[in-house]
Design a protein around this ligand. Sequence first.
Ligand code: A2R
Ligand code: GDD
Length: 314
Amino acid sequence: MDALIIGAGGFVGSYLIQELNQKNLHTGATILPREHIRSGFCDVFTLDIMQESEIKSLLRTHRPKYIYHLAAQSSVAASWKNPEFTIDVNIKGSLHLLEAVRSIPEYYPRILLVGSSEEYGYIKRQTSVTELTPLHPGNPYAASKACQNMLGTIYAKSYGMGIVMVRAFNHIGIGQSPTFVAADFALQIAEIEAGFRKPVIQVGNLSAKRDFSDVRDVVRAYTLLMEKGCAGETYNVGSGHAVPIQEILDLLLDYSTESIVIEQNPDKMRPSDVPVIQADISKLQADTGWTPVYSLEETLRSMLDHNRKNFGLL
Ligand code: A2R
Ligand code: GDD
């Protein structure tokens, strides 16, 4: 097997499978028992990353050259509600993977650990964060990913493992769960247009600024980093431009002819929310030559149009 994606039943997994298919790599993908692979061609395995013996036996049998570790509790909002589960899956799960690889004799795969821009958290005075910016995680999810990054760095240095780490900034696209902001707004607007809800959109904190990329650009960065990234190093993957969540909302509302009232929903507010997170992507660009292809406008439009098609509006 060339490549194995762990946690491929989620949003990014299906796009990464397609990217690896285009490179003609023999790809395996793990999912949880209740999940399915949404698109692309691959061998499918059931795996709970909390079961270290399961991951060991899968790796021993197939010995993939490249391992993409996507499995996670990926929601910041959910991490406030269930911090213990988040810590278990995101830290212990990653540790299980690293220990499983280490336990197999003469096995030296490249491993991509996917972390988050949320690891940076509350920064002072800077506009963009580089990989050297000190981490001040502001929520349990962010802390779990910062710890994953530390473990990856330690294992790469101490055991000479081929681990590359990324800090992914916000990524969006068709198929994302409406627990995340752009997918949520695009779904609500389409529901309003279809007459499934009254013309009021429920929002959370619109003042936060986040750095959004199209998921297709992001998975391309992951495969480039797998090939060209330095072991033991961390790379920001983002657009380099943060926009207020208000702007995401305004862009989507501009695509609609409905007259929609904006209503803040206290349930969508978090105990605290980092004000701005913007990437410096010079390291990624220098080491891989990566550059984003999709504009924020076209990605948002595609998400809204996809919902419209699902509701028979297009
Ligand atoms: O939480 P679920 O039921 O949607 O399943 C998620 C799965 N997952 C696990 N897989 C194996 N063993 C576990 N114990 C376990 N717990 C959760 O990982 C889901 O199918 C997948 C992660 O996909 P998403 O939640 O859709 O995240 P996305 O957007 O694909 O992000 C990929 C990576 C994650 O590490 C994020 O934290 C990072 O990029 O931003
Ligand atoms: N979900 C949601 N829903 N967020 C809202 C809403 C709303 O109605 N209104 C405003 N927001 C704000 C949140 O408070 C946050 O500041 C921002 O929109 C983005 O929230 P999410 O889309 O839920 O994403 P996230 O930034 O918390 O996490 C995502 O990006 C991370 C990278 O920065 C996830 O994909 C993580 O897995 C990823 O690591």
